[in-house]
Design a protein around this ligand. Structure first.
Ligand SMILES: NC(=O)c1ccc[n+]([C@@H]2O[C@H](COP(=O)([O-])OP(=O)(O)OC[C@H]3O[C@@H](n4cnc5c(N)ncnc54)[C@H](O)[C@@H]3O)[C@@H](O)[C@H]2O)c1
Ligand SMILES: [Zn+2]
Length: 380
């Protein structure tokens, strides 16, 4: 029976992955430091963790902790990371140390072992793309736009212009082979994680797979962490009787994928004969605006969320990005199965039983302090 290590396995995606692996007969070990920004358990392991998991409290930045966690391990899922896009824009050193240096520390420990590693699977992110791919109907080609000009955002022009003719781009699915152009520090560290994993895996001949998750939601997504997970943040606002603030009018396009589908992809990445060095999108393949996700959450909770739209925008946000799943289908045989309404009901049923914490306002103040929030002129 193979032993699997999941770094960051006490968190949202890792804990669900652990359950599925145990179900398949794997032995699972988790290395996690129980980051207080994520876990409301005051240093204790969350109660939702499967009782058969071997728990190792430790830090991916610490070589000794990592070496200990890797003993007798055949497969590694590397999920430990700081995950707040907005927070990464000013808490730069923490993001680089945990995400980039943590990955480097893990890789050094892997190559120091005598035992060969069967596979390393990295939890990467759609944030490596920056803006999603857009099609210019005037030029007749797909474009990979960079960061939108601040002046355009301040004038309330949210649409992404074609970098050549300045016409409006039409969002199309974002595929893996296009250039990576991250526009946040978080996205940059995810790109560095990919490069480190792919290069060291290639050099030291152990198989690697990078999965680029899109916007994952579902039960166990931290309700305490106000820096990440819009669905959890919106739920916490509704539970606290507070309004939901829409940025860019709630019209930005995302790809919301339920955690059960991400777990499906995680298992396929281990069990299928995927070529080493594969990089694969994991999403729903569906466009969904932020406003639509708020409506779906409203339907699932039986509430009509109060909305505030002041025409604000946040630096580091992309306008549109959703997944091209062709590679996921071909390489993994991946097929997302959870519809948005069904996924929202699963999430809401779980979240309703959790203590409510609404720390959202703090993040707004921090963004404002760092000049990362702005008003579009045409906004209210
Ligand atoms: N949730 C999403 O929408 C999403 C999207 C794309 C990529 N990802 C990636 O998936 C992975 C898992 O994300 P999640 O949503 O489950 O987040 P999460 O915050 O629920 O889980 C991350 C876990 O890592 C742990 N951790 C943080 N720093 C650590 C360190 N130095 N050492 C050991 N453990 C540490 C935390 O305590 C937490 O339990 C991350 O790498 C994230 O970047 C998530
Ligand atoms: Zn054009």
């Amino acid at each position: 029976m193979s032993r699997v290590l999941i770094t960051g396995g006490a968190g949202f995606i890792g804990s669900h992955t652990a359950d599925a692996l145990i179900e398949q007969g794997y032995q699972v070990r988790v290395l996690d430091l129980l980051d207080p920004q994520v876990h409301a358990t005051e240093g204790n392991w969350p109660a939702y963790l499967h009782p058969d998991i071997e728990l190792v409290r430790g830090d991916v930045r610490n070589a000794e902790d990592v070496a200990k966690a890797l003993v007798d391990v055949d497969v590694v899922y590397h999920l430990a990371a700081l995950t707040g896009v907005g927070q990464s824009m000013y808490d730069i050193a923490s993001y680089v140390t945990t995400n980039t240096t943590g990955t480097a520390t893990l890789l050094e420990a892997v190559i120091q072992r005598a035992r060969p590693l069967h596979r390393l699977i990295l939890a990467s992110s759609r944030a490596v793309y920056g803006e999603g791919t857009g099609f210019c109907d005037v030029c007749g080609v797909a474009r990979y736009p960079g960061t939108r000009a601040k002046q355009d955002l301040e004038n309330g022009h949210w649409e992404v212009p074609c970098p050549v003719c300045a016409g409006a781009l039409r969002p199309v699915p974002t595929g893996e082979l296009r250039p990576r152009l991250p526009i946040s520090i978080y996205g940059l560290t995810k790109m560095q994680q990919e490069d480190l994993v792919l290069q060291v895996g290639h050099g030291f001949r152990f198989p690697t797979v990078c999965l680029r998750y899109f916007n994952v939601y579902g039960s166990r997504q931290s309700l305490k962490n106000p820096y990440t997970g819009v669905v959890s943040i919106f739920f916490s606002r509704i539970a606290a009787g507070q309004p939901i603030h829409l940025y860019e009018g709630g019209q930005a396009i995302r790809d919301f994928v339920h955690v059960a589908d991400v777990v499906q992809a995680n298992l396929l990445a281990l069990e299928r004969d995927v070529p080493s060095g594969s990089v694969v999108n994991v999403g729903s393949g569906q466009q969904c605006s932020i406003a639509e996700v708020v409506r779906a959450l409203g339907r699932a909770t039986g509430n009509t969320p109060r909305l505030v739209d002041k025409g604000e925008f946040r630096a580091g946000d992309v306008r549109d990005c959703y997944a091209d799943l062709q590679q996921a289908r071909e390489l993994l045989g991946y097929k997302p199965a959870v519809e948005l309404d069904q996924g929202m009901r699963e999430f809401s049923a779980w979240a309703a039983g959790q203590p409510s914490v609404d720390l959202y306002q703090r993040t707004v103040e921090e963004l404002r302090q760092h000049d990362l929030l702005g008003f579009g002129k045409e906004g209210k």
